[in-house]
Write a protein that binds this ligand. Structure first.
Ligand code: PMP
Length: 424
């Protein structure tokens, strides 16, 4: 009898063989590879195949895999202990670094995942406003806490429907769902729910339905609607924070949020996230205020060290480089896809190749994507040595480790594989 594979062992131990669903590669119809190690832009699988990685752990690795400075910072912190459950200086250093980049984040609290950050931020929003309802956008993802696993229902003006079994109808009653890039849909919710909405949560550039940029005026309009109706404006920067500029999307688009959430890059590849905002709001958190929030491993010294080492390397030259690399890849891919129903959408170093004719503005447009062609495209690209997001409605994350050669190889392979995937 041959030894069972990692895949077989994993499927025996974890539901679907994974600890997060997208890793199962279900949307692209193959079994996932197992990673042996990763350095720079390269992932090496257990079976010896090497791929250029265009995901970077879904965003955190803006410096690439195994960056020497990040590794050294983690090793140095580890010498002093892996967790204390008590105050330590690295938390303060990371917190100050974040505040210096995001001055609208007058105070913040460190947590362990983006899910925790957004879950805690809406609790604070509800506690501070004394209102129960929140607004989210169809297709935006803010982690897997109950309040966010809500789809638009037939009674969308009054409440949403659970998008997962296990989320109660009671919870769904308090989440309202609007359409991205559609201010009228938000205004209608405010009108139908007077003085009931605590906050509006938004991905400032949508990445979780594939990259969908905010249309000019959308984010500003949301901010204004929130102000007018006494709701808090919650910008979820888990994906965009420290990626779209030194201070994230808020800086890039010139916004003034009440609350922001961040994660991914803030932890440099280790589990760390945060939420923050105006001082008088944040002071309502325990132990100063009555809104409860806590965490055994929050502010973990290894994660703080990795986050700090990463952020300290993110200066203007990094963002200029990533913008140029992104623009170059977008332009070259778009040229390759001339005459094909394939569209590239990009903001900074976030990009999606949609098997779709014409621009996409909201989740409504994603419904006409050719996901079967994307699955064939993904498999073809993997055979050519490029690891793309294993689902159509996800983003590529460019990093400082991607070389010109990586970019050129991606573009050439994508041109060939898109044609094959479409039978063109
Ligand atoms: N918010 C956004 C915008 C995200 O993209 C994600 C994860 N991709 C989350 C929240 C949840 O973060 P986590 O997976 O760390 O819980």
């Amino acid at each position: 009898m041959s030894e069972p594979s990692w895949g077989e062992r994993a499927r025996n131990t974890f539901p679907g063989g994974v600890n997060s669903p997208v890793r199962a590669f279900r949307s692209v119809g193959i079994e996932p590879f197992f990673v042996h190690r990763a350095v720079g832009s390269r992932l090496e699988a257990e079976d010896g195949r090497v791929f250029v990685d265009w995901i970077g752990s879904w965003g955190p690795l803006i410096l690439g895999h195994s960056h020497p400075a990040v590794k050294a910072a983690i090793a140095e912190a580890l010498e002093e202990g892996a967790s204390f459950g008590a105050c330590s200086p690295r938390e303060v250093l990371l917190g100050e670094e974040i505040r210096s980049r995001m001055p609208w984040c007058e105070m913040l609290r460190l947590v362990n995942s983006g899910t925790e950050a957004t879950m805690s931020a809406i609790r604070l929003a509800r506690g501070a406003t004394g209102r129960d309802k929140i607004v989210k956008f169809r297709g935006c993802y803010h982690g897997h806490s109950d309040s966010f696993l809500i789809a638009a229902g037939s009674g969308a003006l009054t409440h949403g429907n659970p998008s997962s079994p296990g989320v109660t109808a009671g919870t769904a009653r308090d989440t309202l769902v609007a359409h991205y890039n559609d201010l009228d849909s938000v205004a209608a919710l405010f009108k139908a729910n007077p003085e009931a909405i605590a906050c509006v949560a938004v991905e400032p550039v949508a990445g979780n339905m594939g990259v969908i940029p905010p249309q000019p005026g959308f984010l500003e309009g949301l901010q204004e609607l929130c102000q007018r109706h006494g709701a808090l404006f919650l910008v979820d920067e888990v994906m965009t924070g420290f990626r779209l500029s030194r201070g994230g999307a808020v800086e890039r688009f010139g916004l003034s949020p009440d609350l922001v959430t961040m994660g991914k890059i803030a932890g440099g590849g280790l589990p760390l996230a945060a939420f923050g905002g105006r001082r008088e709001l944040m002071e309502q958190l325990s132990p100063l205020g009555a809104v409860y929030q806590a965490g055994t491993l929050s502010g973990n010294p290894l994660a703080c060290a990795a986050g700090l080492a990463t952020l300290q390397r993110l200066d203007d030259t990094v963002y200029t480089h990533l913008e140029a690399l992104g623009a170059q890849i977008e332009e070259a891919l778009t040229a390759q896809f001339t005459g094909l129903p394939v569209r590239v959408q990009r903001v900074g170093s976030m990009l999606t190749i949609f098997f779709h004719d014409g621009p996409l503005y909201s989740m409504r447009d994603t419904e006409t994507c050719n996901t079967e062609a994307y699955a064939r495209f993904f498999r073809g690209m993997l055979d050519e040595g490029h690891f793309l997001p294993p689902a159509q409605f996800e983003a590529f994350f460019l990093s400082m480790a991607h070389s010109q050669a990586d970019a050129e190889s991606l573009v050439q392979a994508a041109g060939r594989q898109a044609r094959l995937a479409l039978g063109a």
